[in-house]
Design a protein around this ligand. Sequence first.
Ligand code: NAP
Length: 779
Amino acid sequence: MFVPLAPVAVQRALLGAASRMIPARAQPAVAVDAAEGLAGEVVSVREVVPQRVVLYFHGGGGVLGSPRQVRVMACHLARAMAARVVVPRYRLAPKHPAPAALVDAVNAYQRLLAEGTAPGRVVVGGDSVGAGLALALVMTLRDRSLPLPAAVLMVCPWADMSPDVAGSRPGGRADAMLSPGVLARWARAYTAGRAVKDPAVSPLHGRFEGLPPLVISSAGDDPLAPEAEQLQERAARAGVDVVHHRNPGCWHDFHFWAGVLPAARRAVGQLAQSLIRLVPDHQSSGDRLRAVGPRVGIVGAGPAGLCMGVKLRQAGLENFTLFEKAGEVGGSWRDNTYPGVACDVASQFYCYSFALSAAWQYRFAPGHEVRQYLLDTAATFRLQGHIRTHSEVVEARWQQGRWRLRLADGGLDDVDVLVAATGVLRVPHTPDFKGQDRFRGPVFHSAAWDHGAALTGARIAVIGNGSSGVQITTALAGRTEHLHLFQRTPQWIFPVPNRKVSPAVRALMRNVPPLRRVSYHFYRLVQEVFGLAATRPGLLRWTLAQACRLHLRLAVADPALRAKLTPDYRPMCKRQVFSAGFYPAVQRPDVTLVTEPISHFDEHGIVTADGVLHRVDAIVLATGFDTHAYLRPMAVHGHAGTRLEDVWADGAFVYRTVAVPGFANFFLLMGPHSPIGNHSFIAIAETQADYITQWIKRLARGEVRTVHPTTAATADFNDQLRRAARDTVWASGCANWYTGPDGVPETWPWSTRRHRRLLRRIEDSDFHLELPAAGEHGL
Ligand code: NAP
């Protein structure tokens, strides 16, 4: 962007014009005022008395630039930190070479303290040469025994004017903003014959001992990126605390684009979080929550976590992060890629009510369609800037009124509210079959499909005939040389063909949007009918049961095979399986239904209890999930260190599916007792997310500081639940994955309508509410 040989005046004009072109679309609400006596700008959050001050020096090689160029970023920083960002104007080379800028920086800092700002509330910082200037400033303050600020903020720092560094950056890299030629020219003008390794101009060569903590944010494609690494190394060697946020694939000072670029907004948010920790809040927590909204950490970016994110955005709450352990959103729909994977709830209803789609190709969407829908939803509602991928939360601990999160990579983070959206069908159940190691071919779980394994024309074993095993068997039958389905317990199958949605219907859905809503409610009703049959004995349950029995009788002619496929428990006791293709599949000559129990594996295949070896080339474990893992392996410690796992050791104890006594500001999506029996997980998560959002709004308004349900209200709910569970079909005498360690089905024993009703409003009397101190918020 900068032309090394252009006159400085031209470069300044170009930079000035470019600064005005930085879009400020998502600029948060802040006030920008002239900085009295400093000839700069002050950016501050409206309606809040900012308790921190960032003294920020703009970049521009010490030759160009003005406070205006950092305004958008300063706005975001001010908002995220509830801080006042003071951006002074300082003298520039070549007319005013070093040390003029440093003299002005010291003056600006002292003026701030003279106003009455405590040094412990001040962060000094800047970008590019401004970051170097901030570092030179703190070194000067230390050397003169003046009060030091709380921290130094360094954005894409340039802190070494040596010609060997300024002139030729490693690899001769140049990015959109800088080139080695430009850097060399500015360095010459700025240093103006001064010793280039003088810490006043090249603080990288200065002494780091005794400096306040450094918070660095670097950009991977910046020619100055290696300098950030050196700074970190030298500071750490001198015993200075350093936090370094690296941003791969970004360019020099990309942070300026926080108004439009999610990556830039995220980077500024990270800086803010690190700095907030270093400049602790001496405000009341109520003030802080109202200033930036409570910081919400959502663990898991599957369908439920994404839903929570959208609901918060729709409520105007932007201070949240979705922590996702994988590299992409989507949860189960990202992980399950087995042949035939499809949703068994109609797509028109297996979607968010705020994002009805006209694009569904099938009545029951294949896995890849659902996955794409979730990716599209995340993009449409601009959640990317809030999602931190490859960030597995391994521990959450309630301390000092906030949740301290520990990540698998050792990183720490703090949030005011924790929402667990970790999913129900997440931890694969992989039985330890005897001799499993001896088998020569691949063995893999349905949720971790080995796409490298050759299945076509091979002999395949599928263990398990739940929804996954049934879909896999139906899809693979006819494609393999032989398929052996190992069935431990027969399943009732409800016949539902999966048809392609005709182009005419899709066009209608596209052009008449209300039809999507009608369709959503129609299929919701269908699912609710199934739900009622499961929860209430009566004609409906009997009718659906007869439909399953009739299906088996009509679809399987051979009485011996039919007997093997006939369960000895009631339809719907296990999670109901839907398929029109399964019975035809198991009757194919190239498919064998094996009902003898598995004894062990050997190198050639699976040996059953009758001593028969079933020779196969690959084994698929369609053996389901640990549905009681809930948040595990994440450890959650509430008040006084109580572990959630211990509280739930004898069975889950949850208030209306969403909250737990003793665990303040902690909420669950798809937690225990959610109505997951054949309903749309997405619809349930939406009901819960709406409810949780109500609480977060109250926290944001400063009405409450912490909230958790009373043990009495939770116990009352659980008593009712246990009584109602007796009438459900899940308690009618079969082994199913709903049943908890205490023998009670951990699903919702009533209608989904009742779930919506119970979560429509907050019942204050069911909660322990910690209120803000009197006068803190004007209540
Ligand atoms: P699942 O329903 O739990 O079925 C697991 C199967 O593995 C059962 O047949 C079970 O037999 C068998 N099994 C487990 N351990 C075994 C062992 N040691 N030896 C032999 N067999 C063993 O699991 P899933 O099929 O993966 O389905 C899980 C859930 O995912 C479903 O209930 C459903 O909620 C969901 N799902 C949904 C869709 C959808 O379309 N929305 C699609 C697929 C899955 P037993 O019955 O004897 O225990």
